[in-house]
Design a protein around this ligand. Sequence first.
Ligand code: UD1
Length: 420
Amino acid sequence: MDKLIIEGGVRLKGEVTVSGAKNAVLPILAATLLTDYACVIKGVPNLRDVNTMLRILRSLGKNAELDKGIVTVTSGRQKNFVADYRLVSTMRASFCVLGPLLAKLKKAKVSLPGGCVIGIRPVDLHLKGIKALGADLSIESGYVVATAQKLTGCRIYLGGVYGSSVLATDNVMMAAVLAKGKTIIESAACEPEVMDLAEFLIKMGAKIEGHGTPTIEIEGVRELHGANHTIIADRIEAGTLMVAGLITKGDITIKNVVYQHLGALIDKLEEAEAGITKTDTSVRVRVKKQIKPINITTLPYPGFPTDMQAQMMSLMTVTPGISVITEKIYPDRFMHVAELNRMGAHIQREGPHAIVEGVSHLSAAPVMASDLRASASLVLAGLVACGKTSVLRIYHLDRGYERLEDKLQALGARIRREKE
Ligand code: UD1
């Protein structure tokens, strides 16, 4: 296992380029199961999660390789409809092979993904949508077994206790593109990654309207063909790098940014009086004067993303004053709090709220990464802490950030990877 060693205190400077979006590429790779024709996906980041999805595709009978940011998926000789526990349990996004497998092969057996450190994370909305389309569902030995001679379009309300669901919307949309007749998904997730999936499906011949809004309309077609597609830029990586620039009081320009996808984050950073300048595809961040404390509530898109909550908390730990962070998507997503406090932060958790009292400085410590975005928050804290921080168990970070330490190093950070 690898760890990162960070010597804090360097103001980051320079330019950095964001990679393709993890949360867009994973369902898009799953969507290639909907066709026997070749698909070419470009701008694919080399991440552990992407490699897991490629292994799943291969286990289901596809040929799929990543080479220099391009994945070519073609059909192999034998198709398989079983997505194995050993692969699905390592990454929840793999559950979204259910919809395409069922639509294409009329049957699917996909392991239930189980919980993870950020919460229980049920899949009831995925199953509700797939069932509404006419599938027979049963749970057998930890697997969802779905069969349907024919899927039929219908009206499906996909809102849950915590709002819309990204992967449930993806899963149901992928099943509905080959269903007979019209499907209307209400309370659909509006995330840019859902839109990117819809754009890819449209390139494959699907008829979809309303993606990016809470009501998606899908007119089923008989078959889909292959498509070429370039993945959108990763808004969470962009946001993480923006915070890296601000927390170190640096001056950095982040390239390959879709500014519109970062609305809630930029609004909050402007409220904190950070200096932000945008151009067409890049954003410059710098600290003009002392950053102000802010209150944040995570919500489904276009609200403030839960995937940026931990990183913003790191920034607030060194921002004088009191900031309150409320987590409305995953009320238990606070694994980073204890580790940040070990570095000298003053954070008190009260149910779904974290009350952060800014301190004058953080001190380096060995800290343990528990999930993907928590790992990023610890790296950010390490960039500004006095002394040498080691962030252990960074395989979580490798799931979702492509060469983060190289990108930070290029901006001047003293950061290196070592074997634990
Ligand atoms: C996706 C993202 C993840 C992000 C999350 C929320 C991918 C690969 N992952 O995860 O990075 O943190 O969106 O923006 O895109 N829920 C249910 N029942 C369900 C499904 C979800 O109650 O069947 C709940 C979840 O527990 C959570 C909320 O709905 O409280 C939103 O989760 P969801 O949007 O489904 O997250 P994912 O799609 O798994």
